[in-house]
Design a protein around this ligand. Structure first.
Ligand code: NAG
Ligand code: NAG
Ligand code: NAG
Ligand code: NAG
Ligand code: NAG
Ligand code: NAG
Ligand code: NAG
Ligand code: NAG
Length: 551
């Protein structure tokens, strides 16, 4: 337990604005005198923070030596997972400064000196040495005006921005291209299935978190891009309500649907990261509509939270899932019942057929993309390739086909072309309004209200669509793994299924219900601990540990 009046105790209770008067602060970081070094495959943020605080290792050890070595083992060598595009060339220097600051002043937050990986569409200060390209050569060498707000918040909390993670190029908005491929990063693959689909578009953050190439990572979601790679790589992912986390400085798809969130190994770690990156930002006016006081996501980590909760099962979105997955999900419904929840099974969308038939989402996202990407590029200080508009990006790809339109699998840019044909007109404004209703009162809010529910649950692979169109939050937690006798599907170039492929359970709710979803997800996680029931492929588990690098 935490020693009363220790330096950290004082920091926790008196100094740190985030953790002031926080009862969980002590238990979160206590190692109880344990001097065993944490295993980096699974190490939690509180465990790493406690080890740093106790002087068992430094951020220099952790970050530059250990995580960089682990990335090098599996990124372009061994299983060639291609999870990371760039490493931060300033990380060593930054880690040393943060180590020295800790010695003199103590830690700034639970993220002080903790290495976090960012999806390559999240901007970082140019002088630090990393590019921000959404995986595309079209933005290589572009100079961003400042850190993305979420990156700046991590930096201010003392986190080390470890590098840029691979992704589905342009956050999977260029066309029909396999998840996890970008021109700059190549084809990323899962650590659980050989040549396995890593999900996307936050593929690199998903892979990297799953095997401990970083403490946690940031991804972005427009429709599925946090939830899909989180569940396919055995992680916890939080897709926040649109407007909870600032999109300023993030290569956009759609201002109506984009959101930034954590991908981590535990609900606790994800909640810690969310608590740092959430908040209003004058550079993104959607964030000005968030509640004036945000809930405490760390206080929400309550293993008893399902007691008395009302949870609905959204079976309408699980009709094409395999019997094995549904059977495992059904067992979890029973667990949730045993944890004290009242389960309403099924909960339904009032007008599911209308939801299914709607094509309003592509009208909104494609029209937004055409405008929003032009605004993003116009804010850059320099763009060596000279691109300014979506039309320029299409031409760039055509003119650099050997790098960007790569046969046989990665040639398509049909979503770019469809977006270019979009116009801002009444059809677009109607589509925005329809989507608010289809996902809200005729969708998630309708299902919640009909039975006075607190949240909905379903297999994670069906969760993103309904929440996407209305901008609502989702938390995904590891649920299970495909059975060992699952047929390995053909590699074209990635395999859609294979033995031991992870999948998740999603907790979904209304706008700004993150704290409640986190509390339910935490209770479920603590009761099941599904993540470690199956490890990644032996060849994809990096061998470097802290013991190998401590100088
Ligand atoms: C000490 O920490 C290690 C690594 O975090 C953990 O595996 C082990 O269970 C802990 N031991 C005790 C007695 O808490
Ligand atoms: C960023 O891109 C430039 C080319 O424009 C390259 O020289 C540099 O090495 C890249 N940075 C990193 C960290 O890879
Ligand atoms: C944000 O500001 C833009 C103009 O700068 C405006 O068109 C838009 O309606 C605003 N959005 C919100 C959600 O306030
Ligand atoms: C899962 O539970 C639902 C609702 O009880 C039931 O209809 C369905 O048959 C079950 N499926 C499996 C595979 O157990
Ligand atoms: C958009 O949604 C509305 C309301 O459900 C529906 O009437 C309309 O057909 C949809 N538009 C498209 C293009 O799918
Ligand atoms: C609006 O523009 C779209 C293309 O984005 C077009 O398909 C549609 O017909 C237009 N609607 C109106 C009312 O002009
Ligand atoms: C896998 O094994 C289970 C029982 O262990 C069996 O029910 C199932 O049919 C098998 N599936 C395949 C694809 O062989
Ligand atoms: C950090 C790292 O390994 N980056 C590599 C990502 O993939 C590209 C393409 O293979 C390499 O050029 C980078 O060095």
């Amino acid at each position: 337990m935490l020693q009363p009046f220790s330096l950290w105790y004082l920091l926790c209770t008196l100094l740190s604005p985030l953790f002031a008067l926080h009862p969980s602060c002590g238990t979160l970081i206590s190692r109880g005198g344990n001097t065993t070094l944490p295993d980096l495959y699974e190490a939690s943020i509180p465990e790493l923070q406690a080890g740093l605080q106790d002087g068992l290792f430094t951020s220099v050890d952790l970050c530059v030596q250990a995580y960089f070595a682990r990335i090098n083992e599996v990124n372009l060598q061994g299983p060639t997972l291609r999870a990371v595009i760039e490493l931060n060339p300033s990380a060593l220097e930054e880690a040393a400064i943060l180590d020295a600051e800790r010695k003199t002043f103590g830690a700034r937050s639970l993220l002080h000196g903790i290495p976090i990986l960012l999806k390559d569409n999240i901007a970082t200060l140019n002088e630090e040495g990393m590019n921000t390209t959404a995986g595309s050569f079209a933005l290589l060498g572009s100079v961003v005006p400042r850190d993305a707000t979420v990156a700046a918040k991590l930096r201010a909390a003392g986190a080390i921005l470890l590098g840029k993670a691979n992704l589905s190029e342009w956050a999977h908005f260029r066309g029909s291209v396999p998840s996890g491929w970008s021109g700059r990063g190549g084809q990323a693959t899962s650590a659980y299935v050989p040549q396995g689909n890593p999900g996307g578009s936050s593929s690199g953050p998903g892979i990297a978190s799953s095997i401990g190439l970083c403490a946690a990572a940031l991804g972005t979601e427009t429709d599925g891009s946090i939830i899909s790679p989180s569940q396919l790589n055995n992680n916890v992912g939080i897709k926040p309500t649109v407007g909870l986390t600032s999109r300023a400085g993030v290569v956009p798809i759609s201002e109506h649907q984009d959101t930034i969130g954590p991908i981590a190994r535990s609900v606790t770690d994800a909640a810690i990261v969310l608590s740092i990156i959430a908040g209003p930002d004058s550079l993104d006016n959607f964030t000005l509509a968030q509640p004036p006081v945000l809930p405490d996501y760390i206080q929400a980590l309550n293993a008893d939270s399902l007691k008395g909760a009302r949870i609905g099962v959204l079976r309408q979105f699980m009709t094409s899932d395999s019997t094995e997955m549904v059977a495992t999900f059904n067992e979890s419904v029973e667990i949730i019942r045993k944890l004290g929840a009242t389960v309403v099974d099924p909960a339904v969308f009032p007008d599911f057929a209308e939801f299914r038939a709607s094509e309003n989402e592509s009208i909104v996202t494609q029209t937004d993309f055409k405008m929003n990407i032009q605004t993003y590029i116009s804010g850059l200080l320099e763009v060596p390739t000279g691109v300014k508009t979506l039309a320029d990006l299409i031409a760039f790809n055509n003119n650099h086909a050997s790098e960007e339109l790569v046969p046989p699998f990665w040639t398509d840019q049909s979503t770019f072309i469809a977006s270019e044909a979009r116009e801002v007109n009444q059809t677009y404004f109607d589509a925005i309004a329809f989507d608010q209703e289809l996902g809200g009162i005729n969708g998630i809010d309708g299902a919640l209200k009909a039975n006075n529910l607190d949240a909905l649950i379903l297999l994670s692979n069906g969760a993103s669509g309904p929440a996407a169109i209305v901008g609502y939050p989702i938390v995904t937690v590891p649920l299970g793994f495909l059975p060992p006798n699952t047929t390995l599907s053909p590699a074209t170039p990635t395999r859609t299924t294979g033995p031991n492929q992870p999948y998740g359970i999603a907790f979904m709710g209304t706008a700004f219900s993150e704290a409640q979803l986190i509390s339910f997800a935490f209770a479920y996680e603590q009761a099941t601990h599904n993540r470690l029931k199956q490890l990644a492929m032996p060849a994809a588990i990096p061998k470097t540990q802290l013991i190998d690098v401590i100088g």
